[in-house]
Design a protein. Structure first.
Length: 185
């Protein structure tokens, strides 16, 4: 496994982040309890979280309000650090200890790519942007998600994922991925 899907997810989500205005920070998102500002904080903070986990460190900065700052620059910094952490020698082969269990680095980088990409989709949807994001990557992530996500990870309350939603006929691959992960498309 390489960091290429993660890097592609970062590039896709960065494009969406750049188009968000400060006036949209209070808007609702497909993530039920999150406003746009909360989603930005999760997207940016996620990069620092993934970095820390790949390094075997405790994550920091969980309370940082990235949405009140230059969140694109913070995302750029966090993303660069995240990718470097996954590119470090041996990380992909190592079993990482995460807050929710243990996982090989090669699987965790896939989870990081899916999380980064899907929350980019959420942000695009919330801010009225095109959700047909990186079709080839979306297809790759959809295949991986279908292999990795069992019904035990789903609940109506959104334990980790909500129930799979129907995607309308002709939906983009990114929309299909979002629906599979429990979003209403």
């Amino acid at each position: 496994m390489t960091t290429e899907p993660l890097e592609q997810a970062i590039a896709s989500t960065r494009t969406v982040l750049k188009a968000v205005s400060k006036e949209q920070l209070g808007d609702t998102t497909p993530c039920a309890q999150w406003k746009v500002s909360d989603l930005i904080n999760h997207i940016v903070g996620g990069q620092y979280f993934f970095e820390a986990m790949a390094k075997g460190e405790q994550p920091t900065g969980g309370e940082t309000d990235f949405s009140a700052t230059d969140f694109v620059s913070a995302f750029d910094e966090g993303s660069q650090r995240c990718v470097r952490a996954f590119q470090a020698e041996g990380v992909m082969e190592k079993v990482l200890t995460l807050p929710f269990g243990q996982m090989p680095g090669s699987s965790f980088v896939g989870l990081a790519a899916t999380d980064t990409f899907t929350h980019g989709w959420d942000l695009a949807k919330a801010t009225g942007q095109n959700t047909d994001l990186a079709p080839a990557l979306a297809g790759q992530l959809l295949v991986g998600a279908k292999q990795a996500i069992s019904p035990a990870f789903r609940s109506p309350e959104g334990a980790v994922f909500g129930p799979e939603q129907p995607a309308p006929a002709g939906a983009s691959t990114a929309d299909q991925l979002a629906a599979f992960l429990g979003r209403k498309v």
